[in-house]
Design a protein around this ligand. Structure first.
Ligand SMILES: NC(=O)c1ccc[n+]([C@@H]2O[C@H](COP(=O)([O-])OP(=O)(O)OC[C@H]3O[C@@H](n4cnc5c(N)ncnc54)[C@H](O)[C@@H]3O)[C@@H](O)[C@H]2O)c1
Ligand SMILES: CC(C)CCC[C@@H](C)[C@H]1CC[C@H]2[C@@H]3[C@H](O)C=C4C[C@@H](O)CC[C@]4(C)[C@H]3CC[C@]12C
Length: 333
């Protein structure tokens, strides 16, 4: 579409816009939304890369703020046509307290919803997660499922519980009257394990492999499948939903969609090796040496160590009882 001033009239707000997914959403909007007049990037921690985005035709407004602070959210939302809410505490490693996870993921989402209602913003896209569904605490597999597949979504961990609560709030807010009398239209997306440029967990695996002499030790059977989705595709899905939400409010409003692409179904470790192998690492099959009960013992010891060391330092390894259980349960969409 030709770039002309009269087509540029939309104001978007991306919360968490400096995060792993958020940055890709910001860049995708600049590339793929020709109607963009202003792009507001709201985050607790602003990235220096934002400066380079301010040279284009779109006004990029960096807003340092906290979603747990209602007034900061309201100020950022006021005047926006669309809010893409990706900000959240993605913590399954025990770095943050359950209270903080709830405060950011649930109260923060409440603040975003209320800001849309109070200021008249009609379109809200929320980044939910596969973990809203599972794997559940019983370790039931979810094999090539979809949004309608029956599954007992029961959780105890603060992260999936907070995402499930936040998603429910977003979907229930669909149809609420916003300032000005029109209705709020909401939609939630559930990415599976996102990978791609800037993925910190992939980096953590790489550095762990370097520390172990270029080797990683298999902990998960290759038969356990996990869906993964490329970050650029997840960003594109967010842009597509935001673009379609007005025209298809009746169909998409209050709905939730899994995010998946053609990424192969593999175990979490085998999928990572698609990238870490060419980087010189190799996966040593030690499943015979390290049975599951021993892994669970090591994971439990990690959790105990984390608790004991917490007053002195943050010890948050990849392996803990929760991550082991999730990794060891098939979940594909
Ligand atoms: N990474 C995945 O595999 C994955 C999969 C499914 C869903 N998600 C969801 O996608 C979203 C983004 O995840 P990510 O992987 O990019 O994580 P991330 O940690 O890289 O990004 C989250 C961003 O939110 C910001 N943030 C955190 N607390 C905030 C607060 N109080 N106020 C304002 N900003 C705050 C952080 O500074 C960060 O920039 C999250 O909602 C997460 O639940 C992630
Ligand atoms: C045996 C251990 C070393 C396990 C190591 C892998 C572990 C760190 C991985 C396995 C599954 C991963 C989660 C899964 O991809 C889905 C999500 C949902 C998303 O919303 C946030 C990230 C998360 C929890 C992944 C975190 C890393 C996990 C647990």
């Amino acid at each position: 579409m030709a770039d002309s001033a009269e087509t540029r009239k939309l104001v978007y707000l991306v919360t968490g816009g400096c995060g792993f997914l958020g940055e890709h959403v910001v860049r995708m909007l600049l590339q793929r939304e020709p109607r963009l007049y202003e792009l507001r990037v709201f985050d607790l921690h602003l990235g220096p890369w934002l400066e380079e985005l301010k040279t284009g035709p779109v006004q990029v407004t960096a807003i340092q703020g906290d979603v747990t602070q209602a007034h900061e959210v309201a100020a950022a939302v006021a005047g926006a046509h669309v809010v893409i809410h990706t900000a959240g505490l993605v913590d399954v490693f025990g770095r943050a307290s359950p209270e903080t996870i709830y405060e950011v993921n649930v109260q923060g989402t409440k603040n975003v919803i209320e800001a849309c209602v109070q200021t008249g913003t009609r379109f809200l896209v929320y980044t939910s997660s596969m973990e809203v569904v599972g794997p559940n605490i019983k370790g039931h597999p979810f094999y090539r499922g979809n949004e309608d597949t029956p599954y007992e979504a029961i959780h105890r961990h603060p992260y999936p519980c907070s995402k499930a609560q936040a998603e429910r709030l977003v979907l229930e807010a669909n149809g609420r009257k916003v300032h000005g009398g029109l209705s709020l239209v909401t939609c939630a997306l559930r990415p599976t394990g996102i990978y791609g440029e800037g993925h910190q967990i992939m980096r953590d695996f790489y550095h762990q492999g370097l520390r172990l002499g270029g080797r990683l030790f298999r902990a998960i059977p290759a038969s356990v499948e996990h869906s993964r989705v490329y970050v650029g595709n997840v960003a594109w899905m967010h842009v597509l939903v935001a673009q379609e939400l007005e025209q298809r409010a009746a169909l998409m409003g209050g709905q939730v969609y899994f995010c998946y692409d053609e990424s192969p179904y593999k175990s979490y470790e085998d999928f990572n090796m698609e990238f870490l192998g060419p980087c010189g690492l190799r996966l040593v099959d030690t499943r015979l040496l390290v049975p599951y009960w021993l892994l669970m013992l090591l994971a439990t010891l990690n959790a105990l160590l984390q608790w004991l060391l917490r007053p002195l330092l943050l010890y948050a390894p990849l392996l803990n009882p929760y991550t082991l259980a999730v990794a060891n349960t098939t979940f594909t969409v």
